[in-house]
Design a protein around this ligand. Sequence first.
Ligand SMILES: Nc1nc2c(ncn2[C@@H]2O[C@H](COP(=O)(O)OP(=O)(O)OP(=O)(O)O)[C@@H](O)[C@H]2O)c(=O)[nH]1
Length: 423
Amino acid sequence: MDALIVEPSPTYQRILSRMLESYDFKLTFVDSAIAGLRQLKLQRFQIICVAMYLPDLTGIEFCRLVRQQNAKVPIFIVTSETEPTLLSSALTAGATDIIRKDDLPRLEESLHALIPLGPFRYNISGKALYLEDSLTVAKATDAKLKRLGLQMDHAFSIAQAMQLLGDNKYELIMTDIVLQDNETGIDFIRDLRADSRFAQTPILAVTSLESINRRIQALQSGANDYISKPVLDEELFARINNLISSTRLIEQLTRERQRLLELATKDHLTGLYNRHFLTELAKRRFADANRQQTALSVLVIDIDHFKQINDQHGHQVGDKVLKRIAAMLQTLCGAEDQYVARFGGEEFVVLLTGYDLQRASELAGQLCQSLHQLQPEGIATSASIGVATLAAGQEEYFDEVFARADKALYLAKQQGRNRAIAL
Ligand SMILES: Nc1nc2c(ncn2[C@@H]2O[C@H](COP(=O)(O)OP(=O)(O)OP(=O)(O)O)[C@@H](O)[C@H]2O)c(=O)[nH]1
């Protein structure tokens, strides 16, 4: 599509070119009415933008001359002029619309009416929050975001924005940079990034074209992207689409990573850590304890006569019993310095960092009691526990201490089960 721009001001030539290029227009610039009319004889244009005051004619006269040849081509007069009679005579002369230079987004709205939304279709839904102190700008942006499939909440101040953020989930946060009452969008972005709840929410800063420093500051403060005013619809849509899609991709990857991590580290039946994870962790914790000369204890817990539970109640009930016992162990040994794992079958291991033999034995005694009282699935159960400790200041490694705890467990079984023995 071709657009003719009849505009003597290089600044407005630039602004219009940014706007129209985002709609894939090929642009031809001329700076006088005569040059524009000459160009129209050479080529067909799908739209014309003309300034009100040209070196040779007015935009209105230009419009009238064009209409003598071409009744259809949309002609937009772009002007700072607000005088009503001048504007109405422009419309009488055949102008499609008058666009005020301080309201260029209107041109985009008119373009949308003429041209369907560009080559891209966006698959966006949800809500955006926009911190903007001008109601007019916020309303115009709201209309744009609706076309994209996003609902918009508007806040005038950082406090209002924070309140909305507390009550809603947003796919995107947009913020103007210069706000009222000495507030800035930069402060807002910093507040957001300091709050873990919004660490992943994409932030789009809306800056003025000239303020390169503010754009840099916005990015440094944690904005993911910026867009310059006057905001072009297609650019806004593309940036929002990129931000939201990449955030969704990151969320998906994070979930996937979490799932893989769970698969690699957790036991699938009980959700406790698995043998591999606990063994690796224990090796590191033992190295730390040896270096720092602190105590570290290991409990090996084995359910008594579990085979009988399976035989009498079936394997599925056996599984439920294991899950129930695991949940209880997690509750009783879920503190920061305690790690509980299912080592296999009906055997569990607890790593207790900083626990000397006495503390570990006390805890093992309590676990024995609690497991005996639990009656999972209404079945009387008990457990035997072997306890062993790396005493503070001694040098020993996981394999040795684990072997001692396993030996203690064997003794507990031998001595009648349902007891804890420390070695
Ligand atoms: N339901 C169920 N049973 C399991 C699972 N893993 C191992 N088992 C069973 O656990 C039982 C362990 O039996 P044993 O090693 O003989 O020990 P026990 O019957 O607990 O006897 P003691 O340890 O000597 O008190 C076997 O019957 C296994 O089939 C599991 O994931 N689910």
